[in-house]
Design a protein around this ligand. Sequence first.
Ligand code: GAL
Length: 448
Amino acid sequence: MKKKGVNSKQSLIRGIIIGVVIISILFIIVGELTNNFTLLFPAKDGNILSFYHWWTSAGERAALNSLILVFTNKYPDIVVLPSSLISNSSAGGGVELFNVLKPMLMSGESPDSFQMHAGYETKAYVDSNLLDNVDLAWQAEGLEKVVPKIVQVMCRFDEHYYSVPVDIHRTNVVWYNKPLLDKNNIDVSNLTNWDSFFNACDKLKSSGIKYPIQMATAWTAQHAFDQIVASQGIVFYEDWINGKVTAENDSRLLSSLETFKKYLSYVNPDNQDIDWNTATKRIIDGEGAFNIMGDWANGEFKAAGMEYNKDYGTFVVPGTKGMYGLVIDTFQLPKHPKHPASSEKWLEVVGSKEGQDAFNPLKGSISARTDTDVSKYDGYQQTAIFDFIIIKQMYPAVSNGAPKDFEVKEQQIIASFVKDLDVNKAAKAFTDYQKEISDEYTIEWDLK
Ligand code: GAL
């Protein structure tokens, strides 16, 4: 008899469980049918933002975290999932990111946004129909009124914007360890041409600095070489970026390679094995004196607590006075992002004055908006902001201004030149390749 009481209790519990299951299934059906599911369980579109980037160095992470903070303060209910996909210390330059990201986009596994360079890098994805336009974000932030024309041109294809610029980086900058130069009585205002620069390197060498110039892996060698090309003048750089350097005996190309050969004689031999921020760190530590790098390097000096014009300084790459080399970082809207509403919110924060004035002071760059709060920027950045206003000769980096194939090929040619220093072989390789891919040059830059 005892058994009966136990049965009714068991059937009650079973009844409750079956009831809960039925109600849940009903909820799912209703949710899916009426699309109120996110309201009932706010997961899908409402509160996740995933994006990919390659900012993994100390300065880069600090800047990105500051931008994300602006976003989370505005949208505290959205969970932000940033990923750099690459686990090594520095995913610098983004070279590897796209090897992973492109297949994801093509298979419909799109993140909500990702970092990219303006210009050709974006165009390739527009042409492959992997991106949606970001006109909405440009309108929402009134970007056409505050973003400089040269940047607008690099973000716009076929009457639509496909990139929201987050920064303007300057490329033709030499970073130096100030106490080291002061100790050796080297006045950087004299280092306006390569001869005086190499004389300073000789002086440092004779005072015990084994490798006065610090350089890192292939894309940074390419970066340095492109500044040497620019030092030949804007006309030659325009031909270079437009794929018009096709004669292997072009004296401007041969002298650029000769200058680079001389430059490499002062460079650390382990350059191919280190990341960009390791080379910059050696300037911070006074192991080396000079590092040609985009002003993302400024972010590393700041992250190391260094003070501009006291612990470190800058001057423009010899021969590039009156020129401003550009790298523009942007964020994109892939086709079919998982959380389109979050994508839109992120792109607007990226383009906003608040977002840019939170990100760029730590990143080392200047804002892509002219209504920026200059007081938030350090001494170096204020000179860059001023130069950006007055300088006419602006030139996009190869990563922004030339076909991706050329960027990759240039790194390969430069990497073998760093090893064999064979000027004629490199000149032939460059000019043959520019001829070979001439039809890929679909943007004609007028830089003069
Ligand atoms: C560049 C990027 C910069 C900087 C650098 C090093 O390609 O545009 O923002 O971060 O790589 O990672």
